[in-house]
Ligand binder design. Structure first.
Ligand code: ADE
Ligand code: ZN
Length: 338
């Protein structure tokens, strides 16, 4: 079994984490005081989800206080910077963060200004802590398809500018209640522009949502994908096509995508050779770190240094960020002595 300090010292990658689920409680409190926003107290109860939520929608309610404070450039910049700081402390050398910029425009910010503010925070963090970073913009299942198209165009525009570190497009929110197909056009735009795509699927909905993500939306990776294992043919396809499943063990138990850590399919998938990566999904709603997730997998399934190295290799190979930077990091990861 690996202890937390051993894991923290290993170079790791995080592909799946939401900016608006990572606001530190103390930061939220401070920002709320500054902007005279009334947040409920004790804030921890409203921002941190219990080990088992009623469902994904119950889990996602904990985003509200975080979004309430993420409405200024200063707040976005700070929270992005603090995430990179957290990555560095966690031994994460490559991080992709995602969020829906359209949720940060309540006080009048444009979506471009939101993306630019997050980029400033990420870049400052990258410079101070030496982490390679990128941002993924999220369309949301319950929103109108034309807004998703706007988000896709925003992502393409910023990727082409190259300065704001936008590297991909995602579809998030409640998959149990809202299908992905209405957002087909947004994902077509991304595909035509060669912008990488990931889609949350197989979390609150079954294997059919993973098929939809692959066939209708052209997803190259799947957010969570935990329920892919319910359909052996689909699992075989995911394996064959090298589609990476961005799994988040503790979050998956909280949202009931998995019954328990013991019943979580990550180890089964890994043993089959399916590409899986280990992420937090969130560092506040799910109070965890990538290192802690590996420690839990070590205790539950006997994962060791080789598992960390292999899943980090998968993550770097399937990352959406600059290929040369990922290759250099991969060299570093492969030098780790097992
Ligand atoms: N937004 C934040 N966390 C999410 C999750 N686990 N699933 C879907 N949308 C999300
Ligand atoms: Zn997610």
């Amino acid at each position: 079994m690996m202890d937390l300090e051993t894991i923290r010292a290993l170079p790791k990658a995080e592909l799946h984490v939401h900016l608006d689920t990572c606001v530190r409680v103390e930061t939220a409190r401070e920002l709320a005081r500054k902007y005279e926003i009334d947040l409920p107290e004790p804030l921890e109860i409203f921002m941190i989800a219990p080990p088992r939520c009623a469902d994904l929608a119950d889990f996602l309610r904990r985003v509200d206080p975080q979004l309430a404070v993420l409405q200024t450039e200063e707040a976005l910049e700070r929270v992005a910077y603090e995430l990179v700081e957290s990555w560095a402390h966690d031994g994460v050398v490559y991080g992709e963060v995602r969020y829906a910029p359209q949720l940060c425009t309540r006080e009048g910010l444009s979506m471009d200004a939101v993306v630019e503010a997050v980029a400033r925070g990420l870049k400052a963090g990258a410079a101070d802590f030496g982490v390679t970073v990128g941002q993924i913009l999220c369309c949301l299942r319950h929103e109108p398809p034309d807004l998703s198209e706007e988000v896709a165009r925003l992502a393409i525009r910023h990727r082409d500018r190259g300065e704001t570190l936008v590297i991909g497009l995602d579809l998030a929110a409640d998959e149990a209640r809202y299908p992905g197909a209405p957002h087909r056009k947004a994902f077509e735009l991304a595909r035509e522009a060669d912008l990488p795509r990931t889609v949350h699927a197989g979390e609150a909905a079954g294997p059919e949502s993973v098929r939809e993500a692959l066939d209708v939306l052209g997803a190259m990776r799947i957010g969570h994908g935990v329920r892919t294992v319910e359909d052996p043919d689909l699992l075989a396809r995911v394996h064959r096509e090298g589609v990476l499943l961005e799994m988040c063990p503790t979050s998956n138990v909280q949202t009931r995508a998995a019954e328990s850590l013991e019943a979580h399919p990550i180890d089964y998938c890994y043993r089959l050779g399916v590409k899986v990566s280990v992420s937090t999904d969130s560092r506040t709603i799910t109070p965890t770190t990538v290192s802690r997730e590996y420690a839990l997998l070590s205790r539950q399934f006997g994962w060791g240094v080789e598992h960390v190295r292999t899943t980090t290799r998968y993550a770097l190979e399937s990352g959406f960020g600059d290929a040369e930077a990922r290759r250099a990091l991969l060299d570093r990861v492969m030098q780790v002595v097992v």
